[in-house]
Write a protein that binds this ligand. Structure first.
Ligand SMILES: Cc1ncc(COP(=O)(O)O)c(C=O)c1O
Length: 420
């Protein structure tokens, strides 16, 4: 790869951070399966502990395979640097905990992945951190919820599973007006569809388990630092030592040094390796996921058993216009939800699927269906499920890259069994 050339996304997704000359000519990053790394001199180990070399010490701190994935993902998101973690939730927890202290507040959208919702509403509370959740697409409500204690605005590019899309450009403007960073979970969009840092966000997190890996075989997460936020001292006095040490990467240094290392949120290098194999086909897969999802949405709309279809690609969806603008016409994501008569109809529908897998995941090559109300959200009270738009009649579908005719035929035969 010519370092002086700016390659297009579909090329970078394959070639970014590739270093065959450092890998004895191998074209895939080697899996460095070692807990520790040998140092030839005491001086070198001392310098490395002091952060003055980029050598490796111990897998919990850094690992060469993980570092290649970090460089790739930072490049793809237009960020400065990244830290990969053992799961998406580890990344989200580290990303937020590096920003928040006891007594601090944060503002988030109310359209959040289930575990993120629980982290914000239950777990953080135990540590004296309050997260105000407001309608994700209501920029005025977001602004109103910000006060002098707020240290973070957190949104999902496409809410899971509400499928609503906040205006990230405006959200970033509001956050910056108050001197706070915008953190975005970009899992459902992937950097193929949206690069929040280019729209003004400061920090991006992902569950790499989903579209980035793409095959349901590797677990992981990542925190990516845009490296542009200035960390105003009146709101972030504790950032000073990190700013002095790492300049524009003060935040990522805090994530890594305070949280990743001490919480032990290490990524296994095998999972980074598998994620990188998946990444090679991200652009192709996303194109097909999104083409298929639009076709499935239109198919479902024609079926009398289907009461409603929720997909931002449909012209009457409330987020359709904003998605067109933010995603520049590339598509609307690979997931949708739809409604049947009631929970019983949803159960009968799922039990009749022959091709489509019934499981708790998304972003896989295979089409996946789930009834969130009775599975991930089974222990939530009804009021909370209503607020999160988790209704008993809802099926969530992560549309895969199979032949769309086969996906629709499987959906069709399962709907046929519901009768009328
Ligand atoms: C939007 C989103 N963020 C984060 C996560 C958590 O990722 P992981 O399961 O890798 O911890 C998920 C998992 O489904 C998700 O959908």
């Amino acid at each position: 790869m010519n370092q002086n050339r700016q390659y297009r996304f579909d090329t970078r997704v394959i070639h970014a951070a590739q270093a065959p000359s450092d890998w004895q000519g191998a074209t895939l990053a080697p899996i460095y399966q070692t807990a520790s790394h040998l140092h030839q001199t005491a001086e070198n180990l001392s310098q490395t502990f002091a952060g003055k070399t980029s050598d490796h010490i111990y897998m919990r701190l850094t690992n060469p395979t993980n570092r290649t994935l970090e460089e790739k993902l930072a490049d793809l998101e237009g960020g400065r640097a990244a830290v990969v973690t053992g799961s998406g939730m580890a990344a989200i927890n580290n990303a937020c905990m590096a920003l928040l202290r006891a007594g601090d507040e944060a503002v988030s959208g109310n359209s959040l992945f289930m575990s993120t919702y629980l982290l914000f509403s239950n777990v953080f509370k135990k540590y004296g951190i309050t997260v105000h959740q407001v309608e994700s697409t209501d920029i005025e409500a977001i602004e109103k919820a910000i006060n002098e204690k707020t240290r973070m605005l957190y949104l999902e590019t496409i809410g899971n599973p509400k499928m609503d899309i906040p205006d990230l450009t405006r959200a970033a403007e509001v956050a910056h007006r108050y001197g706070i960073p915008l953190v975005v979970d970009n899992t459902l969009a992937s950097p193929y569809l949206c690069r929040p840092i280019e729209l003004g966000a400061d920090i991006v997190v992902h569950s790499t388990t989903k579209y980035l890996g793409g095959h349901g075989g590797a677990m992981g997460g990542v925190v990516i630092d845009g490296g542009k936020f200035s960390w105003p001292e009146e709101r972030f006095p504790d950032f000073k030592p990190f700013i002095d040490r790492k300049g524009p990467l003060a935040y990522l240094d805090k994530v890594w040094r305070e949280h990743h290392i001490n919480f032990g949120t290490t990524q296994a290098p095998l999972h980074s390796f598998l994620t990188m194999i998946g990444l090679d086909t991200l652009a192709l897969r996303m194109e097909r996921h999104m083409k298929n999802t639009l076709a499935v949405a239109r198919y479902l709309q024609q079926r009398s058993e289907v009461k409603w279809v929720n997909y931002p690609g449909l012209p009457d969806h409330p987020s359709n216009g904003i998605a067109e603008r933010l995603f520049e016409g590339k598509g609307f994501g690979g997931m949708l939800t739809f409604g049947l008569k009631d929970q019983d109809a949803c159960f009968r529908f799922i039990d009749s699927l022959r091709l489509i897998y019934h499981l708790a995941n998304l972003g896989d090559c295979k089409t996946l269906a789930i009834h969130p109300y009775s599975s991930q959200y089974v222990s939530f009270d009804d009021e909370t499920r209503r607020r999160l738009s988790i209704t008993p009649d809802m099926i969530r579908l992560s549309v895969g890259i199979e032949a769309v005719e086969d996906i629709c035929e499987d959906l069709g035969q399962a709907l046929d069994r519901l009768g009328g």
